[in-house]
Design a protein around this ligand. Structure first.
Ligand code: FE2
Length: 508
């Protein structure tokens, strides 16, 4: 064996111990030396050869062995098939039956001391990401620093540094790219573009079509990064996912009776025959933050707390979730009332809290995070983006048309507004972020986006992306009353993976 290893090393390969000690190498060494090397190199191995490489490429290895049509190659091939490939088939059978769940993106970003340079880098990378998207859709792009003389119909891509209304009620945007800043005026008489300009927020990246010079640009059109039409997916099997959030357990406004009614329904104990049949097919339950009410979140909260200790709140929450059928996978991310830091991306719950739940069917993720559900051999599954939605309040309040159209009663309007920007919280002031990764930018476009926090249920189909805002299981608190929030509790959102139909069920 030493010879083989030395020869491989002489050719620039390293061999990991797990391969050295493996039965795969043991079997392959039964071949004569020339054949051994011919076979190994025909597999195009990585520079560091390990056992995993051969496990992954086993079907190919077996096929190659069989092609030599020698007794020893047949013997080795049949050993490998028996040991490695049969298992694979068995695995796939289980795979097909099981309600598959895969957390494909979470943000394990540790809090650390933040320097100005971190913000500079954060916005620079945001600019680059959106510039790449925008420049695929437009031509004649000019860097701000390279505008000489008078130019007509040029495109400038910039991050919105400032936005003001002039005395004449025109909108003045200050745009910045990597080469400089420029002022761009949107005339109030140009209705269509003015309307677009009024929905521009600070710190987002946009493209403007404009004429003018280095001093000032006159804007003719605004192009947002937006999301292009996505292909509609349908699962082969009828399975359901449920989306809920904002339980606020521990609050004396937590609607326990209604929540228990929902649990009885999901367990198939109440409802008519058809509902029972559907309930049985529920495989996933998403809880998008604010499982508990927390402590010290809003002024005078303690007066409305039934459970005053946050760990006791989680204990009670765990007790309730334990009543749910064990074959349902529960996916949980934190919200602004939960016991994790507020800075987004929020990490998952700490081990102490996870241990309180001590449950194999509860999966904890970060806020935001991307989770794949329903994957089978013949279906790639749905990618679900979870975001609790703390940024939403800002847009409801600050954007004229959202405030005037009463978007606080219809969060779908806010979500549509944000999807056009391809970002769930572009304005820096809309939520507290850790400037390490632009986690709220929609980099990989999901099939489903689920948010919460507004305590009102709404659904929306935007370019074939299903957008869901979750209701809550808490009645109106004094604080919400003061802020004019009007929750619409006890609704759950039921999604059929086969038909893509979304239903809102009411447990009030
Ligand atoms: Fe919340």
């Amino acid at each position: 064996m030493m010879n083989v290893v030395q020869e491989l090393m002489a050719k620039g390969y390293l061999i990991e111990t797990n391969f050295l000690k493996s039965d795969i190498l043991e079997q392959l060494l039964k071949l004569d030396k020339d054949l051994f090397f011919e076979l190994i190199f025909s597999m195009n191995p990585p520079k560091i050869i390990n056992k995993n490489f051969f496990i992954k490429t086993m079907p190919l290895l077996v096929e190659k062995l069989k092609k030599y049509q020698k007794e020893e190659t047949f013997q080795i091939a049949s050993y490998f098939s028996e040991k490695y490939l049969k298992k694979e088939e068995k695995k796939e059978e289980v795979f097909e039956e099981s309600n598959n769940l895969d957390i494909i993106q979470e943000y394990d970003v540790k809090a650390r001391k933040i320097e100005v340079e971190d913000f500079v880098e954060y916005f620079r990378s945001r600019y680059k990401f959106f510039k790449n998207i925008l420049q695929e859709r437009i031509e004649n792009i000019v860097s701000i620093g390279k505008i000489f003389g008078n130019r007509r119909n040029i495109f400038v891509i910039g991050i919105v540094y400032d936005k003001k209304y002039t005395k004449n009620k025109n909108i003045l945007l200050e745009l910045e790219d990597l080469s400089g800043k420029i002022v761009a005026i949107v005339n109030k008489d140009k209705k269509e573009v003015f309307e677009k300009a009024s929905s521009v927020v600070l710190d987002e990246v946009i493209a403007v079509k404009a004429s003018g010079n280095r001093e000032v640009l006159f804007v003719e059109d605004i192009i947002f990064p937006d999301i292009i039409l996505k292909e509609k997916k349908y699962a082969k099997e009828e399975e359901y996912a449920i989306f809920i959030a904002d339980l606020h357990i521990g609050s004396n406004k937590f609607l326990e009776e209604n929540f228990l009614k929902f649990i009885s329904w999901i367990n198939g104990k109440i409802g008519n025959e058809r509902q029972e049949e559907i309930a049985k097919k529920v495989k996933y339950l998403f809880i998008v933050g604010d499982l508990v009410d927390g402590v010290g979140i809003y002024p005078n909260q303690e007066k409305e707390l039934k459970i005053k200790d946050i760990y006791e709140q989680y204990k009670y929450c765990a007790e309730l979730l334990k009543k749910i059928r064990k074959d349902i996978k529960i996916i949980v991310c934190p919200g602004n009332h939960d016991a994790v830091r507020l800075l987004e991306p929020q990490p998952k719950f700490n081990q102490e809290i996870i241990d309180i739940f001590n449950s194999e069917n509860i999966f904890f993720t970060t806020n935001p995070s991307l989770v794949n559900i329903g994957k089978t051999k013949n279906f790639e599954g749905f990618n679900v983006l979870l975001y609790h939605g703390r940024s939403l309040d800002y847009y409801i309040d600050k954007i004229d048309f959202l405030r005037l159209s009463n978007a606080k009663l219809d969060p779908a309007l806010v979500l549509e507004f944000l999807l056009k920007k391809r970002h769930l919280g572009p304005a820096h002031a809309s939520t507290n972020i850790l400037p390490v990764e632009d986690a709220l930018a929609l980099k990989k476009i999901p099939d489903i986006i689920v948010t919460a926090h507004v305590h009102r249920s709404a659904v929306l189909n935007y370019n074939n992306i299903l957008v869901i805002s979750c209701s809550c299981f808490q009645s109106r608190t004094s604080y919400q009353e003061k802020l004019g929030h009007e929750p619409d509790p006890c609704k759950i959102c039921l999604f059929n993976l086969k038909t893509r139909k979304l239903n809102i069920l009411d447990f009030s």
